[in-house]
Design a protein around this ligand. Structure first.
Ligand code: ADP
Length: 369
């Protein structure tokens, strides 16, 4: 394997010291440079960002300790080693405390210098290894998200579409028992697809890509469209789903693609955990600095003991006793994170057996400035 050529800057006011260090290190394969005082040294450090810097502690003008402090600011990956006279062992200890990797007491032999530098190289190698592992891990995480979304999701979507075709009777008559089974399979598949997309949302969030740019928007027309779309879910339990608009004059900073997911989840839950012939109302109201959207249902409600936890990841209230058991327990966690990324809050009030209200409070667009 080809050896990497390391670079080093020697900062020392003594010319003979600079020259001899550079000579020894050049023989070791280093690319060397030198500076006769702290000021020039700092300028060179800034410009060439070497792998190592050898700093004499005792120099006129900007002293070695000061140079040392600056090294960390210029580039914390530069490895600083200090050279110190016998009289200044105390400052060598100080230098170590301030981030020097090692120190070399004067006078030193070429072998002593080589030894310390080799230790530095080992440290550099470990630093680079850690960095490349970090990069690799990030890449794996990103690829993992792409892998899950494409390689897992796409075939499942295709299977769901085949079911759709079969159930639609497009490839021949389907017997009642077969139809029943395929419908059940389809429901399970949809549950799995929902789980994957919730899981992807969480993974994206952890990667910090939660919301795109926020643009001021009126929420009501967007909510009206969503509600119209979700009417399709109300039939089975005969739920009435309504929108009660507010004044509609204020704008909220919005990334609708992600906020839609929040409201879609809240409304779907309000339907899912509702009673037969119950109702769900989505209302918009305004306060001084915020716009509040309440999603109110007449469903099973949530008991006080569960209330503090329902926004926690994977938290679900005993499913066997409840209707609608297809969730992942991630929906509210995602909702809370998305609303938080909008500068808003989400909270719930609920009475067991009577229903719940989930309130999303978003700042008004103008109150952001
Ligand atoms: P899930 O995918 O299970 O619906 P959520 O994170 O959306 O996951 O919700 C967590 C739990 O909170 C649900 O399992 C349910 O028990 C409870 N819950 C959520 N919304 C309501 C609601 N409107 N009424 C009653 N319980 C609810």
């Amino acid at each position: 394997m080809e050896e990497k050529q390391y670079s080093i800057l020697v900062i020392d006011d003594e010319e003979s010291m600079r020259d001899s260090c550079c000579l020894i290190l050049a023989r070791e394969g280093f690319e060397t440079d030198s500076a006769e005082n702290g000021e020039i040294g700092l300028a060179k450090l800034q410009e060439s960002q070497p792998d190592f810097v050898l700093i004499d502690l005792k120099m006129p003008g900007i002293g070695g300790l000061e140079v040392l402090d600056q090294v960390r600011k210029i580039n914390p990956e530069i490895i600083p080693i200090v050279i110190t006279g016998y009289a200044t062992v105390g400052s060598a200890v100080e230098a170590m405390k301030r981030g020097a990797y090692d120190f070399l007491p004067k006078p030193f032999t070429p072998e002593e210098l080589r030894l310390i530098i080799r230790r530095g190289i080992e440290r550099k190698r470990l630093q680079q290894e850690a960095e490349s592992l970090r990069r690799e891990k990030k890449l794996i995480e990103e690829n993992f998200i792409t892998m899950v979304s494409h390689q897992l999701r796409s075939p499942l979507v295709a299977v769901a579409q085949y079911f759709e075709v079969i159930l639609g009777g497009h490839v021949g008559e389907v017997a009642a028992r077969q139809k029943d089974m395929i419908e059940k399979a389809k429901v399970r598949l949809e549950g799995l697809l929902d789980l994957i997309s919730d899981w992807l949302s969480i993974a994206r969030m952890n990667g910090g890509r939660l919301v795109d740019r926020l643009k001021p928007a009126h929420l009501e027309p967007l909510l009206a469209r969503l509600i119209e779309f979700l009417q399709g879910l109300t039939g089975e339990k005969h739920i009435t789903l309504t929108l009660t608009p507010g004044s509609g004059s204020d704008l909220a900073p919005t990334d609708w693609e992600s906020l839609e997911q929040v409201f879609s989840n809240l409304i779907t839950n309000a339907i899912k955990y509702n009673r037969e012939s119950g109702s769900v109302d989505v209302s918009v109201r305004e306060e001084a600095d915020s716009i509040i959207v309440d999603v109110t249902d007449t469903g099973v409600g949530i008991s006080q003991e569960h209330l503090p936890f329902i926004f926690d990841q994977f938290y679900q209230i005993d499913r066997s006793k409840r209707s609608g058991d297809k969730g992942s327990g991630l929906g509210l966690t995602i909702a809370k994170k998305i609303v938080g990324a909008h500068g808003g809050t989400i909270h719930v009030t609920s009475e067991e057996g009577a229903g719940s209200t989930f309130s999303v409070r978003l700042p008004k667009a103008q109150s952001l400035h």
